[in-house]
Design a protein around this ligand. Structure first.
Ligand SMILES: O=P(O)(O)O[C@@H]1[C@@H](OP(=O)(O)O)[C@H](OP(=O)(O)O)[C@H](O)[C@H](OP(=O)(O)O)[C@H]1OP(=O)(O)O
Ligand SMILES: Nc1ncnc2c1ncn2[C@@H]1O[C@H](COP(=O)(O)OP(=O)(O)OP(=O)(O)O)[C@@H](O)[C@H]1O
Length: 358
């Protein structure tokens, strides 16, 4: 069988910073008309290109080859994990892809990078940092200069459809941790958030407010509505709740989590492939692109499904978190100074055995 030929980015490609996480930076392609190759591209004090927002939102494809339309470029940061994109893509193709339909996933395809592109992007990151537009917690991080590839990923932004809105959420743990106490009044996600918030309060930092994942997969619409009211950036909680209520992709994610339920303190060895997959499925991002017209289809895809690895201290971190949540009363809700969002406390508590006759 012949291997599909590897994509290459054209040498003159123009990119603009979109967003970043702890391990990757996302860039948008900027279409430039061949006659005016850098029209509208500003230079900052150090002569680094920063295309203006009007170019960023352009729906024109200009001289960009067709196979890059509707795509973003994901570039790898220098991190302790140091896992090459070839391996990330191999894990994605063999372990993650078979679990979902293609239209449920943010696709990712390897693309070879032209010489000098990473150095230029690093300059752009520094320029953005100086301009104050880079999130403070990401300052100082740069792209890995030895990574020869980038990933072309499905563009879930609304750039091609300005009337649409994008909601981004992390569904997190859609079932309780098996090692949580039976009498728990907090799910794994709410317990951990409350623990982190107490630390943040002590340091004078902002607390994180979010929804309870158990509400998101509730079979009661009003609980899903309760959750969508707490999703950051959600402009129409009722419409989003209608979209997410019994949503097949969300329920599929939950059922994959159920099939890999041996997490927490029990189950497979913390550095095993099974544990890696179980934890990956509990830390992905759901992108919901909602068109203005209620009759047009909504696009829902899961992203950030890079297989986690237990090495490098991660397995110990997972185990340590669970031990703290159990031993310091976070699952039992003993430390709370503010009302809890968790569905396990109060009238929204899910029925532990929905099939049981009452
Ligand atoms: O530990 P958690 O549950 O808070 O999840 C971490 C995430 O925190 P958040 O969901 O935003 O509160 C965290 O998200 P942020 O970087 O804080 O946005 C990461 O996703 C982290 O995974 P990794 O170390 O990048 O592989 C996540 O770590 P693990 O899923 O590997 O535990
Ligand atoms: N396909 C996409 N369409 C639109 N925006 C995206 C897409 N993928 C990522 N983003 C944006 O970029 C951010 C960072 O991307 P990504 O999740 O790939 O980074 P990461 O470093 O892997 O994250 P983490 O910190 O969870 O490890 C996302 O939170 C999101 O805002």
């Amino acid at each position: 069988m012949t291997k599909p030929s590897l994509l290459e980015l054209p040498p003159g490609v123009q990119l603009v910073y979109l967003a970043e996480g702890g391990a990757n930076v996302i860039f948008r392609f900027v279409a430039t008309a061949p006659s005016k190759p850098t029209s509208g591209i500003k230079k900052d004090a150090k002569n680094i290109s920063i295309p203006p927002p009007s170019t960023i939102n352009s729906t024109e494809h200009g001289n960009l080859p067709a196979r890059f339309h509707g795509k973003l470029l994901r570039l790898r940061k220098e991190t302790a994990a140091d896992l090459p994109y070839t391996e990330i893509v191999r894990n994605f193709d063999t372990i993650i892809r078979p679990l979902f339909r293609p239209d449920e996933l943010v696709d990712q395809t390897l693309v070879r990078l032209p010489e000098g592109l990473l150095a230029r992007c690093n300059e752009q990151l520094r320029a953005i940092e100086r301009s104050g537009a880079r999130p403070a917690k990401r300052h100082g991080a740069s792209l890995c200069l030895t990574e020869p590839f980038g990933l072309l990923i499905t563009d879930m932004t609304t750039a091609g459809d300005p009337g649409a809105t994008l909601t981004e959420l992390k569904p997190k743990w859609l079932i309780q941790s098996p090692s949580a106490p039976a009498t728990a009044l907090r799910c794994r996600t709410c317990a951990l958030r409350e623990m982190k918030n107490q630390r943040a309060r002590r340091r004078g930092q902002n607390e994180q407010r979010s929804f309870c994942p158990l509400d998101l997969v509730s079979d009661r619409f009003e609980n899903v509505l309760h959750a969508t009211g707490r999703i950051k950036g959600c402009k129409d909680r009722t419409r989003l709740a209608r979209i997410l209520y019994r949503n097949p992709t969300l329920l599929k994610l939950q059922s994959h989590q159920k099939a890999r339920r041996d997490v927490g303190l029990h189950g497979p060895p913390p550095q095993s492939r099974e544990m890696s997959l179980a934890m990956t499925l509990r830390d992905c991002t759901m992108f919901v692109k909602i068109p203005q017209d209620e009759k047009s289809p909504v696009e829902i895809r899961l992203g950030d499904l890079d297989l986690k690895i237990g090495a490098g201290g991660k397995a110990e971190y997972w185990r340590d978190m669970e031990t703290q949540l159990i031993n310091h009363g976070w699952y039992r809700g003993c430390n709370n100074q503010t009302p809890s969002e968790c569905a396990l406390q109060g009238p929204r508590r899910p029925n532990p055995n929905p099939n049981a006759l009452t």
